[in-house]
Design a protein around this ligand. Structure first.
Ligand code: ZN
Ligand code: ZN
Length: 585
């Protein structure tokens, strides 16, 4: 195989600009016919009036032709400029891609592997992004400033071995080095223009995924919608036909970089078999992805092959396995074996209740603090003038009736006064304002056991947990990662607990409301000290948890996190999977 990477990266990009002339020509032809068509309809409707003034002379037709031509070139140039300038950014935002979290183990592995491969490929700088979905897919983009970026999904990071991750990154870097990424980003960005236009005209249509909620009564609106939809389809066809051979070539170039055709074949097969669906918008962006984002359950039939942006799965795998002494069947078997081994290697989690039942040695942590009953010295005056209490200072300031002007009483000092007159209260209010814990001694303590929380990793995510009750404090932003990853498994006891919870509560909103209400209302966030609110995890998974609306942390009491994870994983195994949005809430 000939080495093709000795050219300077930026030189390759400028060559791609020359190739983009083809795109410009297609655009000009498209706009010429579109404008011509509209003009023709216009002239025909008013033709009777105009013909009297002799507008249809030969001179007029030539002038019209020139005008339309100039107009089409101008619009096409602007369209191409817009795509280059805003395309990559728009696509990233549309897919919800975010920068990796350097504290997360999986994200770190991605950053490190990308760095290794970037150096191997001789690229100056590559940005990394992650799409928070459990689908398995990846893509490369060229940003407006010409810097390349590689984007992978959470599902891919959770599911791929290091070799497979390396192979996929090599594939994306190959696209970048060969210049495909520039061209495909540009072609796919052309469709953004119409999408943004459509969003601007009818915002409610965009939010419902392009399907009009209510039929427009005006014919003009409908015609416009039709024109824009048609344009989107044409853009899709353009992008579909340019990228098929590129995938095969990038696969070959990736092997040059990673020297591991087997891992790439496994990765492509895995991504195909897994749910690769990334979102509603996938149709226009599909050429960007390593496997088409709707690949699951798709057969390699003739019809699919024509309209598919990617070469058939079996052809890609066959070409890769041809480089080494192996067969596609062996690759598929190996993938199944890896999955089985990984499934077996999952760590089984136990409930602390189990340990008590089995009378396992359970070491009482040494840091137990004085009872939280301490300091219940505050009374608050109700609107009817009665004293109500006793409360601790923390409870007091989070009471619904509390305000800085309300009268309160300190029974220790026997003082009655408006709340703001007490220095303790003023201090507490300043702490709330600064999002600090009211009582610094309670910072970072388990809200149930009042012992210090420990830092740990759970499925590669940095969390805090209580060593006694195994309650967990988790940032709500990382929940989708925990659910995507499969390092842990659950003991029979936990499985049973989860299933009986599901049976008893999931279908019964009243019971859910009851147990949510019963959850202690006086939990303060161990992180910021704000009052946590008992809430169902999501509308879909109604397991009640305590949420901090101030710093977006979730406190999971004993086994709640495990039950939630088990129920969601069970749900994802069934064919009708909810979208990632219902996981994130
Ligand atoms: Zn605890
Ligand atoms: Zn908080």
């Amino acid at each position: 195989m000939k080495r093709q990477f000795n050219k300077d990266f930026y030189q390759v990009q400028s060559q791609q600009w020359k190739k983009s002339i083809v795109l410009l020509l297609i655009l000009i032809i498209f706009y010429f016919f579109a404008i011509g068509f509209v003009t023709a309809i216009f002239l025909l409707s008013f033709g009777l009036i105009f013909s009297r003034f002799g507008f249809f002379s030969e001179n007029f037709i030539i002038k019209l032709f020139i005008t339309i031509s100039i107009l089409s070139v101008a619009i096409s140039l602007f369209h191409l400029y817009d795509a280059r300038k805003f395309g990559a950014q728009f696509i990233r935002r549309r897919l919800g891609a975010k920068s990796p979290d350097s504290k997360d183990r999986y994200h770190k592995r991605f950053i490190n592997t990308l760095e290794e491969m970037r150096i191997a490929g001789g690229l100056p700088k590559v940005q990394s992004y992650i799409i928070p979905t459990y689908a398995v897919n990846s893509m490369a983009l060229i940003e407006a400033d010409k810097s390349p970026s590689v984007i992978v999904t959470e599902g891919l990071l959770a599911d791929f071995t290091r070799d497979e991750l390396q192979a996929v990154i090599a594939h994306e870097l190959a696209h970048i080095l060969r210049g495909d990424a520039f061209f495909i980003t540009l072609a796919c960005s052309l469709a953004n223009f119409f999408e943004r236009l459509r969003q601007a005209i009818e915002p409610e249509m965009a939010s419902s995924g392009g399907i009009p909620l209510k039929q427009e009564a005006t014919g003009g609106g409908f015609l416009l919608y039709l024109a824009l939809t048609l344009s989107s389809i044409i853009m899709h066809l353009i992008s579909a036909f340019i990228s098929r051979e590129r995938e095969i070539l990038a696969d070959a170039a990736a092997v040059e970089l990673s020297r591991n055709p087997k891992a790439l074949a496994q990765a492509i097969y895995k991504a195909h078999v897994k749910n690769s669906f990334v979102g509603e918008f996938n149709l226009t962006y599909s050429p960007l992805f390593i496997v088409p984002p709707y690949s699951r359950g798709k057969d390699d039939s003739f019809f699919n092959n024509i309209f598919n942006s990617h070469p058939p799965l079996i052809r890609r795998i066959f070409l890769l396995t041809d480089m080494i002494p192996t067969t596609p069947a062996a690759i598929i078997n190996e993938v199944i074996e890896i999955q089985k081994t990984r499934e077996k290697s999952r760590v089984v989690l136990h409930s602390p209740e189990e340990k008590l039942q089995k009378k396992l040695s359970f070491v009482e942590p040494p840091h137990a603090l004085p009872s939280p009953q301490e300091g219940k010295i505050w009374l608050i005056r109700t609107p009817k003038g009665k004293w109500e209490g006793l409360h601790t200072l923390e409870e007091l300031v989070y009471l619904r009736t509390f305000s800085p002007l309300i009268w309160i009483k300190n029974i220790q000092e026997q003082i009655e006064a408006p709340a703001r007159d007490f220095p303790q209260v003023r201090n507490a209010l300043v702490c709330i304002g600064k999002k600090k814990h009211l009582n610094p001694a309670k910072q970072n303590l388990c809200p149930r056991c009042t012992i210090p929380l420990k830092e740990s990793y759970y499925e590669g995510v940095a969390i805090k947990f209580c060593p006694k009750c195994l309650g967990k404090l988790i940032d709500s932003a990382v929940m989708s990662r925990i659910i995507t990853r499969k390092e842990v498994n659950f003991s029979d006891y936990l499985e049973q607990k989860a299933k009986s919870f599901q049976k008893k509560y999931m279908a019964n909103p009243f019971l859910i409301r009851k147990i949510t209400g019963e959850k202690s209302k006086n939990i303060l966030c161990p992180n910021c000290g704000a009052k946590m609110l008992p809430r169902p995890y999501t509308y879909y998974y109604v397991i009640p948890v305590n949420k901090c609306l101030s710093c977006q942390k979730i406190w999971f009491d004993t086994d709640e996190m495990e039950i939630l994870q088990f129920l969601i994983e069970e749900k994802l195994k069934s064919p009708s999977t909810p979208s990632i949005d219902s996981l994130d809430d």
